[in-house]
Design a protein around this ligand. Structure first.
Ligand code: NAG
Ligand code: NAG
Length: 617
């Protein structure tokens, strides 16, 4: 099938005749009436306690509303029938935009920068749907899917798995079409547990269950192997986010996300990581490929930037040996430059065991300036603004920040003093939390008939326990304070949320990260740095209005959403009626099951709930 050109598509999208808009309006009225009518009747017959919940009975309606809609649509468009969007070629199965190395080299980028993200150089947009690989299967649900994945879903060959030697990477193949990260006899798991335990001991703790008490709540894992260390930290209730470079032949990020572990494509070859300063309690690198003592310590300075005061840098590396003499047989040896740089950064080396080094960042913001002039790194001028695509800087950040709080002396949850640092009133924050708690209840009852279709659930029943939970990786495309994330956790859902703070809105990312959640800054006029099919649920509250205000192409963002959503995954958009109706039209062309839900609160806000279909050809 040929894909319609962008021109036609945006024509469909933008310039509808008044008659077509009238029909659209009629359709939405029909849907709303249908929703109202049937929800009240079935509700009363099942239970009256949830009478006010207008979201249920979604599935039955789907059939009816769809036929209504199709009928009206065929009336409206006549012979100018809107065509479904076509499917991309096989070569795009694992396509990640903005990482075209040959285009980067042509543009003269070198010294590793050709591996960097350069959206401006990859304008090869095609308006087609990325198809899943031939053997693609819906991932196993959490937590089974953490330990066993379908080998057809990721672009890594078994040979690549087997040849990767480090303790983080070792794993075992179970059967023909599965890869297991959890051997029967527990060997692999024990390796990771021992390693984690060793790190805990090196920072003076009795066991790794004490990380949280010691103030270690968030970990940035650079390189991250296949995510087994992150998986272990998650089981200890830490948030571990994996950041690893793009690889055209598949990557650790793809595997980690397939396992339901937090991960995003990123590097810091020439640009800073998409996080504000003072973000993480621990940064971890096990054979992560960064040459730390190069570029005058620039990479170490970037680590210092994202570490919170009193935070830890854990480096497990055999490459430090190469710098030393050959006599350093078993022990890693710190190179002279590395030792010098870490001293300048005011890091104290806590301990070294085998090939693992742990440094602690200073809690004293004066420390950086206390040395002699030639021994110090200058303090950055100006405070963290909305940092994005900022070049790596040879200066120290965060020392003047109100967020300079040592990790072991902060409170467990945001107290009013801490909220004030972020410019948020406690009342506003509380209202936001309440709003999201109720929104999550509503979302879940909307999705439940679909998620639990094999396990019928009545309104009022408790959600079935995992393994029936089909939602694990959630992308909140306009995360605000991270309220959706907090509410999902509070409701006991076994999900993790990637909280995206779009460029151009108030930068709440520091608040989100200080809450212990995962998050990044992102410009939605550009593709998101992840592999296809990596999220189960995409959520955007006010996203469409934001995109309009930024002048981004909504159609492009919808194609991007289709790329990163797994087959049969869900999308929930909440916005004003206008943009919601526009998107609904395109959604249908993209073969999403799309339904508009009226919130019945007298506002012009609507929900658009979509499910991506499993397109095979
Ligand atoms: C990458 O860039 C090259 C050179 O500009 C171009 O020929 C090629 O089609 C691009 N690759 C992809 C996957 O778009
Ligand atoms: C809030 O937490 C901070 C530590 O981050 C602490 O210094 C402060 O005393 C706490 N304030 C209140 C009102 O509990």
């Amino acid at each position: 099938m040929k894909s319609p050109s962008l021109k036609n598509l945006s024509k469909n999208f933008r310039s509808r005749s008044p008659f077509e808009w009238l029909l659209l309006f009629l359709v939405s009225v029909l849907v709303v009436i249908a929703l109202l009518g049937s929800s009240s009747s079935t509700f009363n017959s099942v239970t009256s306690s949830v009478k006010n919940d207008i979201y249920t009975n979604y599935r039955k309606l789907k059939e009816q509303a769809r036929s209504d809609y199709l009928e009206l649509k065929s009336l409206a468009v006549g012979e100018n029938q809107i065509k479904d969007v076509g499917v991309c070629g096989k070569e795009r199965e694992n396509y990640v935009p903005c990482y075209n190395v040959s285009a980067n080299i042509l543009a003269g980028l070198k010294d590793g920068e050709e591996l960097d993200r350069h959206c401006e150089l990859s304008q090869e947009r095609q308006y087609c749907l990325i198809r899943p690989p031939k053997d693609y299967k819906i991932p196993l649900s959490w937590p089974a899917g953490r330990d066993v994945i379908w080998s057809g879903n990721v672009k890594l060959t078994k040979d690549q798995f087997l040849s990767s030697g480090s303790i983080m990477k070792r794993l075992m193949l179970l059967e023909e079409n599965q890869i297991a990260f959890h051997s029967q006899d527990g060997m692999m798991v024990d390796d990771v547990k021992d390693y984690s335990h060793q790190i805990a001991e090196m920072i003076g703790l009795g066991s790794d269950t004490e990380f949280l008490q010691a103030g270690v709540r968030t970990v940035l894992d650079i390189g991250c192997g296949f995510g087994s260390f992150s998986a272990h930290l998650l089981s200890l209730n830490l948030m571990a986010l994996c950041v690893a470079a793009y690889g055209s032949s598949g990557s650790h990020v793809q595997v980690a996300l397939e396992r339901g572990l937090p991960a995003v494509i990123g590097n810091f070859i020439s640009k800073q990581l998409p996080f504000p300063s003072l973000s993480y309690d621990m940064v971890h690198c096990a054979q992560c490929g960064v040459i730390w003592d190069s570029k005058d310590g620039l990479f170490l300075i970037e680590i210092d930037r994202v570490l919170k005061p009193g935070g830890y840098f854990v480096l497990t590396s055999s490459t430090t040996q190469q710098q030393g003499s050959s006599t350093g047989a078993k022990k890693g040896i710190m190179s002279a430059p590395l030792e010098e740089f870490t001293k300048k950064l005011c890091w104290s080396l806590l301990e070294q065991q085998d090939e693992t080094f742990i440094w602690q960042k200073t809690v004293d913001s004066q420390c950086y300036t206390s040395g002699s002039k030639q021994d110090t790194i200058p303090i950055c001028k100006g405070q963290d603004m909305q940092l994005y695509y900022q070049p790596l800087a040879h200066c120290i950040s965060g020392t003047g920040s109100d967020r300079w709080v040592p990790i072991h002396s902060r409170s467990d949850s945001m107290n009013s003093t801490e909220l004030k640092v972020h410019g948020v009133y406690p009342d506003t924050f509380f209202e936001d939390s309440e709003f999201w708690k109720s929104a999550v209840r509503n979302y879940w009852s909307l999705l439940s008939p679909l998620i639990f279709s094999d396990h019928p659930k009545r309104p009022g029943d408790d959600d079935p326990l995992p393994p029936y939970n089909m939602v694990r990786n959630v992308l909140d495309m306009n995360a605000h304070y991270g309220g959706l994330n907090a509410a999902l956790l509070e409701a006991g859902k076994s999900v993790w949320v990637m909280n995206v703070v779009p460029l151009g809105v108030h930068n709440t990312l520091p608040l989100i990260l200080d809450r212990g959640f995962a998050g990044v800054l992102h410009n939605w006029c550009e593709p998101f740095p992840t592999y296809p099919r990596t999220y189960d649920l995409l959520h955007g509250s006010g996203l469409l209005s934001h995109l309009e205000s930024q002048g981004c192409s909504i159609v492009e963002v919808l194609f991007e959403m289709d790329r990163i959503l797994r087959p049969e995954g869900w999308i929930i958009l909440s916005d004003k009626l206008g943009p919601i109706e526009k998107v609904r039209m395109v959604a249908t062309q993209m073969r999403w099951e799309a339904r508009v839900v009226d919130l019945q609160d007298g506002s012009d806000q609507r929900l658009l709930v979509c499910q991506k279909s499993f397109v095979r050809k």
